[in-house]
Design a protein around this ligand. Sequence first.
Ligand code: GDP
Ligand code: MN
Length: 381
Amino acid sequence: MDLFEYQGKQYFARFAIPVAAGAEADTVDQAVVKAEQIGYPVVVKAQVQVGGRGKAGGIKLAQNADEVRRHAENILGMNIRGHVVRRLWIEAASSIAEEYYASFTLDRSAKKHLGMLSAKGGVDIEQVAEEDPDAIARIRVDPVDGLDEAACRDWVKAARLNPAATGGAVDILRKLYRCYTEGDASLVEINPLVLTTGGEVIALDAKVSLDDSATPRHPEWAEFSSEQVLDDREGMAKKLGLQYVGLDGSVGIIANGAGLAMSTLDVVAEVGGSPANFLDIGGGANADVVTNALTVINTDPNVKAIFINIFGGITRCDEVANGIVEAMRRVDLKSPLVVRLDGTNAEQGRAILQANGSEQLIMAATMVEAASKAVALAGGK
Ligand code: GDP
Ligand code: MN
């Protein structure tokens, strides 16, 4: 689960990571009330789960109530790269001397935690990594040993931050490491981490992804999840119990098994198309499951063709074929369906589809052939 900035900052605060005082607001009037309580100047910040809010005009400084009102009016309802702003975070403005970058995530191949720190913050870190890779100091932390102060100090030194920031940075990074490990996050990122003109080091932005596998350990996360805004398609899929992730392409995808579903996305991209979603229908691909899957994909206005990719192992292709035939009776499909069946009882499965042939149902022998047909039907990208 990805947190909004305001939730990330609330999470940071539990680990004593310094953040500026702030409050949420869902309306213009609320924004003004909160700003009056906080005291000017304040920053009015759009709460959407996408980066680059600053550049998109979603972050504005306000010196008085009129300015808060004007910015809040502009920002609420704003569409930032497909995310509509429904909530603001009003924060006491900080006086910035320097902007840095800091994060922790997992380095799977090293079997260690990876910390990244850079004196070049406030900008896109991918861009820094590309143009000036030496500007990012990396540290790999063995989870058994943890991050001790001496190692943290060396890391900060390697990042060449302003010496005035060293003490504050060491302190905040060790707290951030605790937030990441004890807080069961898969990613914590502060961009920018700032040195204020008053010499303090604080987190001006917060990006936190919580590890869903740890949900049972954190009943308090319910408060965060209740405020998540799902994409309409994802909300529907969740209700139907499907493993679905919405994407923005034109080829709807259904596969059995997460690995096959991922490969299917790759193959569709490889032959020049773009997937509209990830959807793993798992082992029990009966008529109900296929109906649910087709129902969700059918509501996606971008979908121009659907690709069902099944490899029968324990799941039998004849069962899946019956499921597809039945689902096609139940759902009034807007797009053609390309089906590839292979593995256990594939012959029987294909025979069932053939016997129930329709114009909307296209069969293909291999994964690449099916992907190519689906992409062609979707009109390429
Ligand atoms: P993002 O663009 O979505 O990453 O949003 P951020 O929260 O990182 O803000 C973007 C930029 O706005 C920062 O890098 C700062 O330069 C600026 N900014 C944010 N908050 C403040 C603040 O309190 N004071 C000042 N002066 N600038 C701020
Ligand atoms: Mn940022």
